[in-house]
Design a protein around this ligand. Structure first.
Ligand code: S3P
Length: 179
């Protein structure tokens, strides 16, 4: 039996905030000479509002609806490009089913809650979901739990790339060998 993908040349990067999706995606696209799209950037462009502002002003539910709609539209255009998704995108509606039906090149950039808390603590105020954490330890426990809840979605990716203690270049190279 052959499986047909709706967007077979797209490369999709998923994972928790701070795992490096956008940085890796940009570098990967540049090295492979492909277009790069970031779902959050498209939403911000379309609404002329930043994602944190949308979250605060319209609420999480409205943001997730918009995210779902924008993801569907993005995947409908079959193209050879690198797409980075916001950390929550795979976990709402049937988004992960849409993602895995689109392309066999779905990469979960897997970082530990320790790495993520270290990277995210200095910039937590610009990220509504984690802004409440008062210390790095509190952030680490929040992320551990949140990551656990999201793992079942993230782990549906075709490839799981561990990113702890790796340079961006090394992660890009690992992905390049798999595409
Ligand atoms: C979110 C992650 C963010 C952004 C929004 C919600 C999440 O994207 O979509 O703030 O639920 O994890 P990044 O993962 O690109 O930071």
């Amino acid at each position: 039996m052959t499986t047909s993908f709706s967007n077979p040349n797209a490369i999709i990067l998923i994972g928790y905030m701070g795992c490096g999706k956008s940085t890796v995606g940009r570098m990967l696209a540049k090295t492979q000479n492909l277009l790069f799209e970031d779902l959050d950037d498209i939403i911000a462009r379309d609404t002329s509002t930043s994602v944190p502002e949308l979250f605060v002003e319209k609420g999480a539910k409205a943001f997730r609806e918009l995210e779902h709609k924008t993801l569907k539209e993005l995947l409908e255009v079959a193209d050879c490009k690198v797409i980075s998704l916001g950390g929550g995108a795979p976990c709402y509606y049937n988004n992960m089913a849409l993602i895995t039906a689109a392309t066999p090149y779905v990469f979960y950039l897997n970082a530990s809650h320790i790495t993520l808390a270290q990277r995210l603590f200095p910039e937590k105020n610009g990220r509504p979901i984690i802004a409440h954490a008062e210390t790095q330890e509190a952030l680490q426990s929040f992320i551990a739990k949140h990551l656990f809840e999201r793992q079942s979605f993230y782990r549906q990716a075709t490839h799981i790339i561990s990113v702890d203690n790796k340079l961006i270049e090394a992660v890009v190279e690992e992905i390049r060998k798999l595409i």
